[in-house]
Design a binder for this molecule. Structure first.
Ligand code: NAD
Length: 499
């Protein structure tokens, strides 16, 4: 598959790919593959107005009928899985298998949302007053603004929009300025689905392309009651207060600093495989990437050499090659940040293996790296910041309670795992005194969540939840209704208020 055939398969025309000033560079080889239009402030304003109009029509369609559109969208994704997976790979650099996985995640959430479209149920609550019925119902809320990061360029849109659409909302998507092409491709597939279903309001799902200022306009607009923003904690620190200042609702999915604890009874072979996928998969550019590792003294000298051996066999290269396990970093800025983090680790007494640039001669304008393992000395605190690159900091521990303390003593709280066959340790880790993250796993790694569970994290990760479980409630407004079917008017709390 070459890029032209991928564009054609996804219905992206030459004219659409070369109609503006935003240069799109493939991290695979550093070549510019398109120049797309950046939306102006008036374009964004018009898109929001159109979205509001679409919402007014869409919200009164019965939810199972709304689910039909998402069902067809899921089928369009099935039909275009290979092409979209390849474009993900070419535009953001993750390996083709992971690009396919990302599209599969979109298909899965569409399936979940279709089922949900018949189950947006509320509650019946016991009323204290005779002849009264109290209920809680969920209603569409309005246009949902979706801001996404480069590293999951399509799945995040679908997690949000599949739910938002069945919940009766319109959506406006501001993708990362580094990956606008996959967004334009998704819009094509959405348009195909809308045409097949018919009578879909114009502007129900739209893409606005641009930098942070385009996102800011969306964030500050009171016509957009929900903003779901995925990206760095620095971005969330601006978006969260701005949305709160206008009493909007934000769903924040921000940075992680995820860790695995490997205990003495762990199956080490399983642990090594999980650590490898977690730490080097997507070239360390997942929010759930394993960044810290706590290894018990008793197994340290067995596990860490095995891990280093596994690292030495990693195939780095073109993400579209079947044998490649690690593709490039997104850009030079990422590479520089990785080098700075490794320098800092050495200053702090860390012993670094790997981390250097790879394939520089073949790809002088792209940034491939050898994933790094850094053995850290005993310290009062572990690494506190997320560097979006494949660096795994390794710490020894002897006492689980202390390991959990260090594990939790970071600003972020996304994903975590323990490898152990000791039920007491496993239960402790997932209990109230264990991991403080939104995701706490036992005997599987930190990344690769299924869409059935609620996804998200605590503290500086933002507190948002997306995907399965009851995450749909974030895209609806709740109404409590009390119906009096008696001929009296008793007041709550027994208050007497008679003339
Ligand atoms: P980023 O913060 O640089 O950009 C993310 C998006 O926010 C982009 O679309 C960008 O244009 C937009 N943006 C930036 N500033 C903004 C502002 N002030 N107002 C509105 N929009 C603004 O992130 P990135 O480099 O693309 O992605 C990597 C980061 O995303 C990492 O920190 C990673 O952990 C995080 N991430 C988190 C999750 C999660 O679910 N928790 C998932 C994927 C990525």
């Amino acid at each position: 598959m070459n890029i032209e055939s991928v564009f054609t398969a996804l219905g992206l025309s030459e004219a659409e790919l070369n109609n503006g000033d935003l240069a799109v560079t493939s991290p695979v080889n550093g070549e510019t593959i398109a120049h797309v239009k950046v939306h102006s402030a008036s374009d964004v304003d018009a898109a929001i107005a159109k979205s509001k109009q679409a919402f007014e029509a869409w919200k009164s369609l019965p939810a199972p009928k709304r689910g039909e559109l998402v069902r067809v969208l899921g089928n369009k994704l099935r039909d275009h899985k290979e092409a979209l997976g390849a474009l993900v790979s070419m535009e953001c650099g993750k390996i083709y298998q992971e690009g396919l996985g990302e599209v599969q995640e979109m298909i899965d959430i569409c399936d979940l949302a279709v089922g949900l479209s018949r189950q947006l149920f509320g509650l019946t609550i016991a009323s204290e007053r005779p002849g009264h019925r109290m209920t809680e119902t969920w209603h569409p809320i309005g246009p949902v603004g979706i801001i996404s990061a480069f590293n999951f360029p399509v799945a995040v849109w679908c997690w949000n929009s599949a739910l938002a659409l069945v919940c009766g909302n319109s959506v406006i998507w501001k993708p990362s300025e580094k990956t606008p092409l996959t967004a334009l491709a998704c819009q094509k597939l959405f348009d195909l689905a809308a045409a097949e279903v018919g009578d879909i309001p114009d502007g129900l799902s739209q893409v606005i392309v641009g930098h942070a200022d385009v996102g800011e306009q969306l964030v500050n607009d009171t016509r957009v009651p929900v903003i779901s923003a995925t990206g760095s904690t620095a971005m969330g620190r601006k978006v969260g207060p701005a949305v709160a200042a206008r009493f909007g609702r934000s769903i924040l999915e921000l940075g992680g600093n995820n860790a695995i604890i490997v205990a003495p009874t762990a199956n080490l072979e399983m642990a090594v495989r999980a650590i490898l996928f977690g730490a080097v998969g997507t070239a360390g550019q997942r929010c759930t990437t394993t960044r810290r590792l706590f290894v018990h003294d008793d197994i340290y000298d067995e596990l860490v050499p095995s891990l280093k051996k596994a690292y030495s066999g990693i195939r780095i290269g073109d993400p579209m090659e079947q044998s490649t396990l690690v593709g490039p970093l997104i850009d030079k800025q990422s590479f520089d940040a990785m080098q700075a983090a490794l320098d800092m680790a050495m200053v702090n007494g860390g012993e670094v293996v790997g981390g250097s640039r790879a394939l520089e001669e073949t790809y002088p304008n792209a940034y491939y790296v050898n994933p790094a393992i850094v053995e850290m000395p005993e310290a009062e605190q572990t690494v506190q910041t997320e560097t979006f690159a494949p660096i795994l900091y390794v710490y020894r521990y002897s006492d689980l309670e202390r390991a959990i303390q260090l594990h939790n003593d970071v600003p972020q709280g996304l994903s975590s795992a323990i490898f152990t066959n000791d039920v007491r340790e496993a239960e402790t880790f997932t209990s109230a005194v264990g991991s403080d993250c939104g995701i706490a796993n036992v005997n599987i790694g930190t990344s690769g969540a299924e869409i059935g569970g609620a996804f998200g994290g605590e503290k500086e990760t933002g507190g948002g939840r997306e995907s399965g479980s009851d995450a749909w409630k974030g895209y609806m407004r709740r109404a409590t209704s009390t119906v009096n079917y008696s001929s009296d008017l008793p007041l709550a709390q027994g208050i007497e208020f008679n003339l």
